[in-house]
Design a protein around this ligand. Structure first.
Ligand code: AMP
Length: 356
């Protein structure tokens, strides 16, 4: 077998959070080196990668040095400034590619793309001012959610509109950022599919997980998810359709709402995903290794689920439970090495494993 990226090559990872950290560990297990580019000091990924560049995303000379030092570039988050990518793409291949970033960086572009594929989304409208919001509310109705088009994550940049009177406050909450109004989807539960597409176009998907959020932050992912056989197939096919349409290379997450009328796509994440962390203890090859395999040209690995798993995020003070969790059978702890515990901060996760 020939592998397209020689062993010992260096993978550049943009972003040094926990996803970058777990990608680095997986890359290292396969014989690659990692170089992290991260503006923040002491990134969690820096503790496990071979090299770290601490510099801003507009520091051209640091970006150039990073691009020249690595053989391949990937990333752990989607909000990378376009100018940084423009500079880097001439220095090393970037996987997943620009199209995936372009589509997923902007909720309006993303929803339009999904609709063009024939997939179901919440009703949505582009909001630029009070007048467009009033018109959109007349059409979409309430309850609905106003979201910033860009830079939203973990429920940030969102305002619920339960009655038309809430519109002015919701618009003020957007602080002038271009926004999108989404009709509220009356779902029974949320699931996500973590899928991978290789350099050769092969597609594989992990078993869909069922996600519980509170305050916009993922709390738990449970596998198997409550889905009928046809819903499960449908979920996987949706992820494959998205991956193929984007000519995607790497792992992606597709978040879905389960409704009586079928699966509705909430959003796509062009990266490894928090709701895929269960794969670390539920599959022979987890989402992090699968991503490294996909972008380096290895064959995709065996992601078949061999256990039932509940992944629970350890957020803020949940860290106080670690001594107890460490004593609990069938608990696999994954801690991110973050020095400071803050409310709402993801500090680690635990996979509760029940062997099938
Ligand atoms: P997002 O940042 O878009 O993934 O939203 C975070 C969470 O808010 C989702 O996982 C849902 O629980 C909820 N949410 C977002 N958009 C909608 C919607 N259109 N209808 C109902 N719930 C939503």
């Amino acid at each position: 077998m020939t592998l397209s990226l020689p062993l010992g090559s260096t993978i550049g990872i943009i972003g040094g959070g926990q996803l970058g950290r777990m990608l680095s560990v997986a890359a290292s297990r396969l014989g690659f080196q990692c170089h992290i580019f991260e503006p923040g000091a002491e990134p969690p990924a820096g503790q496990v990668a071979q090299r770290v560049t601490t510099a801003a995303y507009d520091d051209e000379s640091a970006l150039r040095a990073f691009g020249n030092a690595v053989d391949l570039i990937t990333y752990e988050f989607e909000n990378i400034p376009t100018a940084a990518l423009d500079l880097l793409q001439d220095l090393a291949p970037i996987h997943p590619g620009r199209e995936a970033l372009r589509v997923s960086q902007d909720r309006l572009t993303e929803k339009t793309f999904l609709q063009q594929l024939g997939l179901k989304t919440a009703p949505f409208a582009d909001i630029t001012d009070a007048a467009s919001l009033e018109m959109a509310l007349a059409e979409i109705g309430t309850p609905s959610i106003l979201k910033t088009r860009r830079f939203g994550y973990d429920g940030k940049g969102q305002a619920r509109i339960t009655a038309p009177e809430d519109a002015a406050q919701a618009l003020a909450d957007m602080q002038g950022a271009p926004s999108i109004l989404e009709g509220f989807v009356d779902f029974s539960h949320e699931v996500s599919v973590i899928a991978a597409r290789g350099l050769d176009g092969a597609v594989a998907a992990f078993d869909p997980g069922e996600n519980v959020h509170s305050d916009g932050i993922l709390r738990t992912t449970t596998v198997p998810a409550r889905l009928s056989a046809s819903q499960r197939t449908d979920a996987v096919l949706i992820a494959a359709q998205v991956a193929n349409a984007l000519n995607y290379v790497g792992v992606l997450g597709v978040e879905l709402f389960v409704t009586p009328g079928g699966l509705i796509v909430n959003e796509i994440a062009p990266r490894v995903h928090n709701s895929g962390h269960w794969t670390q203890n539920g599959c022979a090859v987890d989402q992090f290794e699968q991503h490294i395999r996909a972008i380096t040209g290895w064959p995709l690995g065996d992601g078949q689920r061999h256990a039932d798993v509940v992944m629970e995020n350890l957020i803020g003070d949940d860290m106080e439970r670690v001594p107890d969790l460490a004593k609990t059978p069938d608990c696999a702890l994954h801690l991110y090495g973050k020095a400071e515990t803050k409310p709402g901060r993801k500090m680690g996760h635990v996979n509760h494993v029940k062997r099938a």
